[in-house]
Design a protein around this ligand. Structure first.
Ligand code: SAM
Length: 313
């Protein structure tokens, strides 16, 4: 997956003049900030860390949001991007939803808002987006939306449960929560999933059921988005691969009932000769490995096409 061309052009322009030595240092301190559980507030205030975020994290979070949006069938004309940062999720929404006409971004950092506006120059829909400066931790009037996204934000908040409660009482059709695909990120998603089900939400993805999550012990439910790397990205993060795999955990809560499906592929399928092993979470609320052999022609063809994160049947 690539970033939209207009976004990549703006990013290249912003990053062009920056010294790679400075950016490398900034990238290291950006990682340290995240590993220490720090927030993005300081990142957008620091000119070098801000650039390092644009070069390395924005493509990854874009990839995760795009992958999540591709798992839902909800139409969307008004999109709400909460804790928008430089508007990453809005770019993914503008690529994914054909009927999108309005974007509202909520963000507390004036530096992030300024950056988001600067990046939006090449695409009218993003350029016309409304930017609201609010803290998500304080009550604010929630703009009506078909789809609202919190992408890599909840882990930075002191009380994510309170925010999700407030949002679900608001005029939002479908609420998407995305966190890093780590045990910590997943634990938060699992807690908020239970809260949303308790509040009457229908889970559209990834779970094919509303039973208790069957993932036990040290395991965690997460998925992966593959993003092509730019030359600068390789320079800053090292390694030789032409792509990066961003791991994320997520939940999509819908106000309306969602079409049922049999299962979700929760790990990479193992494709052998004449058979495919699909690790599924099923609509009975259980983890199950389904083995599909070549003798089931049509099913086998579908199993060979199935990827980690896809829904099954
Ligand atoms: C890791 S960044 C993610 C940005 C963007 N959503 C993305 O996926 O790239 C977290 C964002 O949440 C914002 N944020 C954190 N706490 C916030 C709060 N209390 N109110 C509003 N925004 C907040 C930060 O300023 C930052 O822009």
């Amino acid at each position: 997956m690539h970033l939209p061309e207009e976004l990549q052009i703006e990013l290249d322009q912003i990053l062009e003049g920056a010294s790679s030595t400075l950016l490398k240092k900034a990238r290291e301190s950006l990682s340290a900030t995240y590993h220490e559980g720090g927030s993005s507030r300081s990142i957008f205030q620091d000119p070098a860390q801000k650039l390092a975020y644009l070069a390395t994290r924005m493509p990854a979070t874009y990839g995760a949001v795009y992958k999540v949006l591709s798992q839902i069938a909800t139409p969307c004309s008004h999109f709400l991007d909460l804790g928008a940062g430089p508007g990453t999720a809005s770019w993914a929404a503008s690529e994914w939803f054909p009927g999108l006409t309005q974007i509202t971004c909520v963000e507390r950092s004036p530096e992030a808002i300024e950056l988001g506006k600067q990046l939006a120059q090449g695409r009218a829909l993003l350029k016309q987006a409304a930017w609201l400066r609010h803290s998500l931790s304080e009550p604010f009037p929630i703009p009506p939306s078909d789809v609202a996204v919190l992408s890599y934000v909840l882990g930075e908040l002191p009380d994510p449960e309170e925010l999700v409660k407030r949002l679900w009482q608001g005029p939002i059709g479908c609420l998407i929560l995305i966190e890093p695909g780590t045990p910590k990120g997943f634990q938060l998603i699992r807690t908020l999933r239970e809260q949303l089900i308790g509040a009457g939400a229908h889970i559209a993805a990834p779970c094919p059921h509303a039973f208790a999550c069957p993932i036990q012990g040290a395991d965690w439910c997460h998925f992966s988005a593959r993003i092509e790397r730019t030359r600068l990205h390789r320079l800053l993060k090292g390694g030789t691969l032409g792509h990066e795999d961003e791991k994320f955990s997520y939940i999509v809560a819908s106000r309306k009932p969602v079409p049922p499906f049999a299962g979700r592929v929760v790990r990479p399928p193992q494709k052998g000769s004449g058979h495919v092993r699909l690790p599924l979470c099923t609509n009975q609320g259980q983890l199950q490995e389904k083995v599909v052999t070549r003798s089931h022609k049509e099913l086998y063809r579908q199993a060979r096409d199935a990827e980690w994160g896809d829904h099954w049947m």
